[in-house]
Design a protein around this ligand. Structure first.
Ligand SMILES: Nc1ncnc2c1ncn2[C@@H]1O[C@H](COP(=O)(O)OP(=O)(O)OP(=O)(O)O)[C@@H](O)[C@H]1O
Length: 415
């Protein structure tokens, strides 16, 4: 897997240019980051000291005034250098002084675990009715896995995105000496993530899949229209509220990518990875529609569409032996055939085509975005018999298999 991480492949020119633009935009912050990355903490402190000395030399040599100036100079310096290296690294995405901070909340319970820390459900101290999800990540872990830029990118993408009914909002981010914090939208009366729900209840009804699928499609289309490719659509990254509405979480693999441009990093969760990503060629936003197809297929049939449950490397993924689900409606079967077609010529690769597909004909997407439908009333009414198919069944351990650790190697230079 190591060679996967460091492999260089050509990206499109536009992508490269858009990355450059990103660098230009936050120039000073990047410069500080570069200084911080190129120096050890000791060297960094020496640099800070030298600069402070220089500023003191520039002060007037009148004693009283000098004393005064020393204080003034130190305050001025503090803005630029007195922030420890461990904090500088995560600026400006995670501010050091934030009005909202960890003291503004009471942690209630753990919701889940991520690669670098824990996500808690929390109550605001001054408003016990309001619940939030607080993601608390350890800086030490992030630095040791060389994922600083990835974490910063995730925070900036999420914070800059306009609000959408089916995407978890990031309200605030901040840092302490040891941890990064993200204050996230918590789905009201959450019933957990789609993976846990699917595991508890088994297959969902087509009516429920139609609504959840339409909500996720609306979220994915919104991301694409905002020049973001998500790259990690899977059951674990969708949480439901008490009415069964979907909320997309975890932007760890998302990337700013202008429509029409392509990128080439091999990343994602193996069982949801499209043939285009796995092949190592460049790809674009359409790969998210493939992953949504896999998710919908699992929700109905309980199995992966292709025999990849045991794959541990993208080169081992097989895109053969697909068979149309049986025992479901003709519309759903056709949707699966289209979304999971290996050939791009036959594949459903856009929201426009999905929106017009007979399976979603009964959905009014404007009403859907107003949350006029209630998926919860359809969840648990499964008519589909999973025993009809005796293909490979899902194994929890394998289901969780993904590139979590490998992917961080290549984030730093070319993600
Ligand atoms: N906004 C949220 N509301 C409810 N639960 C959440 C929320 N965000 C995260 N969780 C829970 O916490 C778990 C871990 O969160 P998340 O996947 O965002 O962390 P991560 O560090 O990005 O993980 P990963 O290693 O998968 O990238 C999720 O699987 C989910 O159960």
């Amino acid at each position: 897997m190591g060679n996967v991480a460091t492999r260089k492949r050509p990206g499109c020119h536009h992508t490269a240019r858009s990355d450059e633009n990103e660098e230009e935009e936050d120039g000073p912050a990047r410069k500080r980051l570069r200084i911080a990355e190129n120096h050890t903490e000791n060297e960094y402190q020496k640099l800070a000291f030298k600069s402070r000395l220089q500023k003191l030399k520039n002060c007037r040599p009148h004693l009283k005034r000098r004393t005064y100036k020393v204080e003034e100079a130190e305050t001025a310096n503090r803005k630029e250098f007195a922030i420890p290296w461990f904090e500088h690294l995560f600026l400006p995405e995670f501010p050091t002084r934030s009005v909202i901070n960890e003291k503004s909340f009471i942690l209630e319970r753990q919701l889940g675990r991520g690669s670098f820390g824990v996500v808690y459900c929390a109550n605001a101290i001054h408003d016990s009715e309001r619940k939030f999800a607080i993601k608390m990540q350890e800086k030490r872990e992030i630095i040791s896995k060389r994922a600083v830029l990835q974490v910063k990118r995730e925070a900036s993408i999420q914070r800059l995105l306009p609000a959408h009914p089916f995407i978890a909002r990031t309200y605030s981010t901040w840092q302490t000496r040891t941890h990064l914090y993200s204050l996230l939208q918590y789905p009201t009366g959450s019933t957990g993530d789609l993976f846990s729900i699917w595991r508890q209840r088994g297959s969902l009804s087509e009516a429920a899949i139609r609504l959840i699928g339409a909500e996720l499609a609306s979220a994915i289309d919104f991301l694409h229209r905002n020049d973001v490719i998500y790259r990690d659509v899977k059951l674990e990254n969708v949480v439901l509220d008490q009415w069964g509405h979907a909320l997309l979480i975890d932007f760890g693999l998302a990337k700013k990518l202008k429509q029409g441009c392509s990128t080439g990093t091999i990343c994602g969760t193996l069982q949801y990875m499209s043939p285009d990503v796995a092949s190592g060629h460049t790809y674009s936003h359409y790969v998210d529609w493939w992953s949504l197809g896999v998710l919908l297929h699992i929700l109905l049939t309980g199995i992966y569409p292709y025999p990849n449950s045991e794959a541990t490397h993208h080169a081992n993924l097989k895109f053969i032996d697909y068979s149309t689900p049986i025992g479901c409606s003709r519309e759903f079967a056709n949707l699966m055939d289209r979304m999971l077609a290996v050939s791009q010529t036959h594949r459903l690769c856009s929201f426009t085509v999905l929106h017009a597909h007979p399976f979603f004909r009964s959905i009014n997407f404007s009403k859907l975005e107003q949350k006029d439908y209630t998926p919860a009333s359809e969840i648990g009414n499964a008519e589909y018999d999973t025993y009809q198919q005796n293909d490979e069944t899902l194994d929890d351990a394998l289901f969780k298999e993904n590139y979590d650790f490998d992917r961080f190697d290549y984030f730093n230079d070319r993600f």
